[in-house]
Design a protein around this ligand. Sequence first.
Ligand code: GLY
Length: 357
Amino acid sequence: MTNLKVELSERSYDIKIGPEAFLLAEKAVRKLEKQNRPVAVITDANIYSLFKDKVQALTKNVIVLKAGEKSKCFSALAQTCSALADFGMDRSGAVFAFGGGVVGDLAGFAASCFMRGVDFFQIPTTLLAMVDSSVGGKTGINIEQGKNLVGAFHQPKGVFIDTDFLKTLPKREFAAGMAEVIKYALLCDEKLFCLLEKNALTRESPEMAKVIKACCAIKAGVVSADERETAKENGRALLNLGHTFGHAVEKCAGYGEYLHGEAVGLGLVLAARMSESLGLVDSECVSRTENIVRMYGLPVSLRSPIKPDKLVAASLHDKKNAAGKSKFILLNKIGGAFTRTDIEKSLVREIFKTAQK
Ligand code: GLY
């Protein structure tokens, strides 16, 4: 079992990574119960049908969301909060998010606002949640105007990454998680990029535990330095490499059409192309990015056309925007990135045009 710490003074917490991490989550529940603190688990229908015994071993207070991005909405949040109230959740209690990114974001947001905030823990079951969304305290839901536009920073009290869950992860979900892994490599870890492009890793690859740890260590460092993404340059916003493009694709195609990681995979390619257009990287950097995204079964172009103007408008609603300026994360090499706010709308449009088949 590996332990990583997210250093955030009084909000610091541990990330446990290993095949037995679920047992530690169970132990944490038993400890809370001994202290007479109410516990609830939030999961989704897929996880519930796969791991009913595990869910029930945690607690009888279980909230099962519909699987998929559409559950990141106000009505699912309202139903979740009502169920927490019915379970007798109080301020001393804790919510456990058991599932992928959607479950973690919704459960974390419910925990942030129920009774003005209760503790929560993450038990991620998808690769994407293991390497990204379960760490760092970003929680929230989508609204019509954009993804994650309503939410809160609410750090978990602990994250239990049980790598055995990878074994049952559908291939499409694994690929979506690899988009975030590729993102970390492109951002700041050329060695990781070389490892990923040498041979396509699979759910069974023994290297996966090491790769997850490397990604979580990068994320923990970035979050410790800029928890609320307030740095004027670089900082936590760097973790959104590919996301301005990806969020626009998710929104315009209709939430759920692309898995978040699929849209991010395409977004990484578009970020590399934009970097090349600005003379920041050469064509080899772009082709290596395209090849690695393709190699992990992720899209390098849109599955069906979407009008570039629609995509540009959607990207202007991104949370990273401030004072009317869009923030883009650009590459200056494989393993090096920075933020820029002076990108012309016409260039954004040109880059989205390249995403059409
Ligand atoms: N997924 C980006 C972040 O947590 O900041």
